[in-house]
Design a protein around this ligand. Structure first.
Ligand SMILES: [Zn+2]
Length: 63
């Protein structure tokens, strides 16, 4: 049995069955990861770095 940690905040991640945000600890960290993509932090080699300026709607934190 291996324990997973959130790639964003490195906290313990619940099992997939009880965690809809898997492999993140929460939907919040899931959005943070998505934000990195939109922000161009993770760039795909060979692809033009052209990102539209669209923000993520701030959702009320849950849990
Ligand atoms: Zn996290």
């Amino acid at each position: 049995m291996s324990k997973r940690t959130c790639p964003i905040c490195e906290r313990a991640v619940l099992a997939r069955e009880e965690n809809s945000a898997f492999p993140f600890c929460s939907s919040r960290c899931q959005l943070v990861d998505l934000g990195h993509w939109l922000d161009g932090e993770y760039r795909v080699p060979g692809e033009p770095a052209e990102v539209a300026d669209s923000g993520i709607p701030s959702d009320s934190s849950e849990g």
